[in-house]
Design a protein around this ligand. Sequence first.
Ligand code: ZN
Length: 119
Amino acid sequence: MEENNLIDPITYRPSLQKIRKRRWFLWCIILAYLPAMMVALDSSDYKTWVTIVFVTWIVFLIIAVVFACIIRCPRCGECFHTHGPTFLPFRRCLHCALHVNADKRAAEAEPPKAKYAKK
Ligand SMILES: [Zn+2]
C-alpha cells in the first residue's frame, strides 16, 4: 500500500473522470425526482403521470446506483463506493481512501487512512 501512494494521481485521471461522471449521474437522478413529480402532479391526468414518473425514476435510480456500485478504484482495484453489501457514495475510496478529485488537487502531505480498509 505504501508504494501505491507514490504513484502520481494524474495517472488515475481517466478512471477518476469515469467515477465522477457516474456520481453526477446518480445525484442528477436523485435531484430530478422532485421537479418531475411536481410537473406530473400539475397535469390533468395526474394519477397516470405520477405512476409513469415514479416507475421511470425508480428504474433510472436503480441503473445509476448499480453503475456507481460496480465502478472500480484505479489505485486498489476494489469497488470505489461499495464495501461488502454496503453502498456509501463518499468522495474517497472505501478501501484505500483515494479522493475522487485526487488528479485535480495537490498531493496530500498526510493522506487519511481508509476507514473500512482490510485488516
Ligand atoms: Zn481504492
